[in-house]
Ligand binder design. Sequence first.
Ligand code: GLA
Length: 388
Amino acid sequence: MSTPEASGEGFHRAFGRPPEGIWSAPGRVNLIGEFTDYNDGFVLPLALPFATQACVARRDDNLVRVASAQRLEGGRFSVVDAALDQLRPATTSGWVSYVLGVVWALREAGENIGGVEIHIDSDVPIGAGLSSSAALECSVALALHDLYGLKLSLQELARVAQRAENEYVGVPTGIMDQTASLRCRAGHALFLDTRTLEVRQVPLDLEPAGLTLLVVNTGVKHALGDSAYANRRRDCQRAAKELGVAALRDIAPEKMDAFLAQIADVVVRRRARHVISEQSRVLEVVGLLESGRLAEVGPVLSAGHWSLRDDFEVSCAELDTIVEVAVASGACGARMTGGGFGGSAVVLLELAAVQAVTMAVAKAFATRGFGTPEITEIVACDGASRVA
Ligand code: GLA
C-alpha cells in the first residue's frame, strides 16, 4: 500500500495541487455468515490490512474528476470527468462507477455535494472476494462526508455506499461489506445483525492462543455482476415467500427441517437450508470466540464451506482444494469467503502450522494445474478513517 505521502503526490501529479485530505478504507474478510446479509441475517467480518486511499479536494464548480494510481495510461493519469447533474445510474462502467455512484447516492440522499477531485490508490486485490468495491466506495464516502461537513452516522454512510453499488453500479449486494469497511475495529470481528444494523465487537485474540488467520486468494476472478449472485438472492426470496416469512432470518434453526419440507423446489430448499444453518453457525462462532474456545471455531468454518459448496453451490475446485488440503495438513478449519465462484478462502490455524499448510496448499495448486495462490497471514484491522 502506498504511504499517504505517495498517494498525495499521485493526487498532485493528476490535478496539479495538493489534496485537502486523505481517507483510507479497508477491504474485509468474512469469517462466517455468507449470503445471510440479504436474508436479514447475521455476519461476522473483520477488516483487512489491505485498503483503498482516497485523496480528495473540493472544486468550486460542478465537475467530478477522478484518477487512479492503478489506472495509468503510458505512465500518465487518465482523468475521468463527469458533471454532477449528469450523473445517472448505469451510464458508466468499471471502477469509476463505484466512485461516481457514491457522489450520486449522497446527492440522492439530499446531501449538498459540490464538484470534487478524487485520486484513488488501493492494494485491495480486485475480484478476490475481499471487498475492493466496498473499500473504494467507503473511502470516497467518508472523504466527502468529512469535507462537506455532513452529519451522517457510519451506518447511514454504509447505506449510501450500498445504494451506490445496488443502484448506480447495478449489483444487488447486501450491507455487510460497506458496514465492515466503515465499522470494524482492530483486534475484533464485527458481529452485525443486518436486520437491526446493531453491531457487537467480538474480540479476536488469536495470537495469545497460538492461532492465526490466512487469506488465500485463488486468483480465480469472480464477477459479482454475474447473474449467479442475483439468482441466489431470488431463490432465497422465493423460499421466504413460500414459507410466509419476511426473510429466511425468521426461520428458527431448530424448526428448519419442518419448514424446509414445505418448499416444493429441491434447489430452492437447499438454498434455504444453507442460509438457515449458516445463521446458527454465526451464533456458534460468536459464542466460541467470546468464551475463548478459539480453535473450536475451525470445524464450524469448514462446515460452512461444505454448505456453500453443496447447498448454495457457489464454490469452485480451487476453493474446495484449499479447504480440503488446509484441514488435512493441520489447519483448524477453512472456508471460502465473500461472493464465491473463485476469490479467496480464509483459514484458521495454529501459528506453528502456517508453513506446513502454506506449502501443502501451494503444492496442491501446482499438482492440480491451478494458478499460483496468494497466501497472506492477516490480523483484524480498523475500519475507515482520515489518515492525513
Ligand atoms: C458479496 C456481497 C455481500 C454478501 C457476500 C456474500 O460480498 O457484497 O453483500 O452478500 O457477497 O456473503
